[in-house]
Design a protein around this ligand. Structure first.
Ligand SMILES: [Zn+2]
Length: 456
């Protein structure tokens, strides 16, 4: 929840982070939002190209915006997409420059001069790399926040925003330094098969990160039991809980005071085991009709019931096995080829680890459409589940779902007609238009049929 997409969402810790910072949320894309929810998964996306609609047809789309908001949404979407792509590429450039300018080698020598103990040298080296990465990320972050304020998505003061950045930096320094130190140690321990060791270490770390993520989030946002100020809503939600047969007690429903920072709407599931919970933003709970919140809750329940978080962990673990293996080969080749000019002697050195970070970041960038394809699949499943979950509880599930997508899209200023290529590469949710159009036509109960997930 707390860190933007950027430098440190690439690389090893990135992989961990992606998972932890990625509660399976309902709304779509990122930049300019305070709480992007990249959902890392892996799979082949199927996004048929769609013809652009001519102006007069737009009004008949299931998701549409009034003309003034449409213009803003198109402009803001362009900015978001540029920031996201630029952020990924910039992260790679920074790592490459660290190597090519021999700054990484210089930092390694500096750390050796500063401390006698190896692990202290490691802490100094990785803390410096993390700090550089964070500073390099700052300009794009500033632009993102500026645009968020300009378009009225964000209402967070600059002081508060900078405070969050500071906290995120502090956390990154503590957590990533420790993780990088551990990973670097594994590489030294098994110089030939280190990728396997890294993989073995990554899997429990993934679970741990998702487990502690709900415990870290209160550093950035205020949470309270949803029942505290929305008892009526909780009573309504209980109906969905009963229908879904999920045992989500009110103690696992939280309200996040997002309205202090954003005008966006969202809800998400997060945590695993004892920390598993459903979080509804206060903006969502108070600004749209309860029926729509029920649908959103149904969608989130879908993630919960269909075990999307454990599946996500399993999918990532399986994918990372091959990614790490391939990255190790590529990193070794790079060190052999360019190590001398970078003053990087071997992968197991500190600066050698930066080569590994670079290679994994390249893999993360290239595989983004794959993981987004998986994510879109899960999100679509949750949409179907949500609509079925409110059947018999709200008067018209189709209309309710379409209205919810329109409210979400308008709150975030989502472009009603994103380019198929952008959707394929960057979207971890199907576009709002696609979701609304599916919802408008999804009626399995017509002619006595039944839903995919419910017997009636
Ligand atoms: Zn979702």
């Amino acid at each position: 929840m707390m860190v933007r997409r950027g430098f440190f969402q690439l690389g090893f810790c990135a992989v961990l982070l992606l998972a932890s910072l990625a509660p399976t949320d309902l709304t779509a894309q990122t930049a300019g939002k305070s709480a992007p929810a990249a959902e890392p998964q892996l799979a082949a996306p199927q996004v048929p190209a769609e013809p652009q609609l001519a102006e007069p047809q737009r009004a008949q789309q299931s998701y549409s915006l009034p003309p003034d908001k449409l213009a803003k949404a198109i402009a803001l979407s362009r900015i978001r997409n540029i920031l996201e792509i630029a952020g990924s590429i910039w992260g790679l450039v920074v790592l490459w420059l660290l190597l090519a300018s021999r700054a990484a080698a210089g930092l390694e020598a500096w750390a050796k001069r500063m401390a006698a103990r190896r692990w202290v040298q490691g802490i100094l080296f990785f803390a410096a790399v993390i700090l550089i990465g964070k500073l390099a990320d700052l300009p794009l972050g500033l632009i993102g926040h500026y645009e968020g304020l300009k378009y009225g998505i964000s209402v967070q003061s600059w002081a508060s925003w900078l405070g969050d950045e500071g906290k995120a930096l502090g956390l990154a320094l503590v957590i990533y330094t420790a993780v990088l130190l551990l990973f670097n140690w594994i590489v030294r321990l098994w110089p030939r098969r280190y990728w396997l060791g890294l993989w073995v270490a990554t899997v429990p770390l993934l679970v741990l990160t998702i487990f502690i993520s709900p415990l870290v989030e209160p550093l950035f946002n205020q949470f309270e039991p949803l029942a505290k100020n929305h008892a009526g809503l909780v009573a309504q939600l209980e109906k969905v809980v009963t229908r879904t047969g999920t045992n989500i007690p009110p103690e696992r429903m939280f309200l996040m005071k997002a309205g202090l920072k954003t005008n966006g709407l969202n809800a998400y599931v997060t945590g695993v085991g004892a920390t598993k919970r459903i979080v509804v933003w206060d903006t969502t709970a108070s600004r749209i009709p309860d029926d729509e919140v029920l649908f959103i809750f149904g969608h989130e329940s879908g993630h919960y019931v269909l075990h999307h978080i454990p599946k996500l962990i399993a999918g990532m673990a399986a994918g990372l096995f091959f990614v790490y293996w391939a990255c190790a080969g590529f990193a070794n080749w790079l060190v052999g080829r360019l190590g001398a000019s970078w003053k990087v002697s071997e992968i197991s050195s500190r600066s050698g680890f930066v080569v590994l970070l670079f290679v994994v970041s390249v893999a993360g960038f290239v595989l983004e459409p794959v993981s987004n394809g998986f994510s879109r699949h899960f999100e679509h499943q949750a949409d179907v589940y949500g609509q079925e979950a409110v059947h018999g509880i709200v008067a018209d599930p189709q209309k309710t779902a379409v209205a919810a997508f329109n409210d979400l899209g308008e709150a975030w200023l989502e472009d009603p007609n994103p380019s198929p290529l952008i959707e394929f590469w960057l979207f971890n949710h199907p576009s709002t238009k696609r979701r609304a159009e599916f919802a408008a036509h999804y009626d399995p109960w017509a002619n006595g049929g039944r839903g995919e997930f419910f017997g009636k």
